[in-house]
Design a protein around this ligand. Sequence first.
Ligand SMILES: NC(=O)c1ccc[n+]([C@@H]2O[C@H](COP(=O)([O-])OP(=O)(O)OC[C@H]3O[C@@H](n4cnc5c(N)ncnc54)[C@H](OP(=O)(O)O)[C@@H]3O)[C@@H](O)[C@H]2O)c1
Length: 300
Amino acid sequence: MRVITQKTVGDASVLEVAEVAKPVTGPGQVLVKVGAAGVNPVDTYIRAGAFPALGEPPFTLGWDIAGTVESGEGFEAGDEVYGLLPFPGTGGGYAEYVVANAADLVRRPSWFTVEEAGAVPLVALTAWQTLVGRGGLSAGQRVLIHAAAGGVGHVAVQIAKARGAYVIGTASAAKHDFVRSLGADEVIDYRNEDFTSINPVDVVLDTIGGDYAERSAKVLKPGGVLVSIIPGNPGFDVNRASDLGIRFELFGSVSASGTDLAALPQLRVQLDQIVPLADVAKAHELVESKRTTGKVVLVP
Ligand SMILES: NC(=O)c1ccc[n+]([C@@H]2O[C@H](COP(=O)([O-])OP(=O)(O)OC[C@H]3O[C@@H](n4cnc5c(N)ncnc54)[C@H](OP(=O)(O)O)[C@@H]3O)[C@@H](O)[C@H]2O)c1
C-alpha cells in the first residue's frame, strides 16, 4: 500500500510517498481502507521535529481517519466508519490502509461525506472534551471561542450552540458570515476590535495561547472557566487563575473515543481543501499558514 513517510524532520518537503506492507490487526482492532485523513496543526509540529511525539523518523503522520472496514473485530467488513487514532500513539493515518481500535471508531453518520468525516474527529473531540468535559458548558451560559473559523473553532461554535449557549467567536472580518452561519451570536474582528470589550462570559476556549489567556481572563465572570488547548505556550497558570477568582483548565491532549464521537450533535464540517495524498506537502503548507477556514483533508 502507499503511505506518506519521512526520513528526517523538517519542512513539508520531507514528506514522501512510499510503498509498504498493509498493517496487521490485533485483538479489538480493525483494518480500515482509508477514504480520507484529516490534517491538523499538530501533524506539522511533529513533522518538523517541534513535538517529538513519534520519536525518530521514519514515521507516518495522521490521526484523523474515515473509511471502510476491511476486516477485524467489532465491525463488519464494508462498514463505513470514522474516528481518531490513539494520540500520540503511532500515527499512520496518511496511508491507504490503517489499523484502528474498534472502540475509537463509530459508524459514519449519514450527514457526513467520507471527506468531512475524515476531517473532523480530532477537532470535534477537542471541542467536546474541552467545552463539555473541562468547561462544563451548559444551556444559557455565555462562551467566547477564539479562532472560530478554524478547525477546532468552527465545530466548537456548533457544539456550544447545540448545548444552548450564547456564542461569541473571534475571526477576521472576511470570515464573519461563515462563523455566523454556524450559529454564533456575535463575531469579533480580532484584528480591528478589542475582544476584551465584550460582556462577561462563563467559559473561554483559548485556541491561540500567549497573551490571549491573560486577556481572555479579563472577560470571565467570577468563577468562570478558561480552557486552553495550547499546552506548549498557555501564557497562564492555576496560580494566576486563583488570584483572579476563575478556574483554569490546561487541555494537554485530545483523547481518541468512539463514545465521545457518538455523543456529538450533528455537525457541519467546512472543508477548506481536499488534497490528494501525494500532494501532502501542499496540505501541510496550507495548515501552516494558519489562515485556513475549517479543515484540510487528504484523500488516497
Ligand atoms: N491540546 C490539544 O489537544 C489540541 C487539539 C487541537 C488543536 N490544538 C491547537 O489549537 C490550535 C488551533 O487548532 P486548529 O486546528 O483550530 O487551527 P487552524 O484550523 O489552523 O486555525 C486556523 C484559523 O485560526 C484563525 N486565527 C489565527 N490567528 C487568530 C487570532 N489571533 N484570533 C482569532 N483567530 C485566529 C484563522 O482565522 P483568520 O484567517 O480569520 O485569522 C484561521 O481560520 C493549534 O495551535 C493546535 O495545535 C490543540
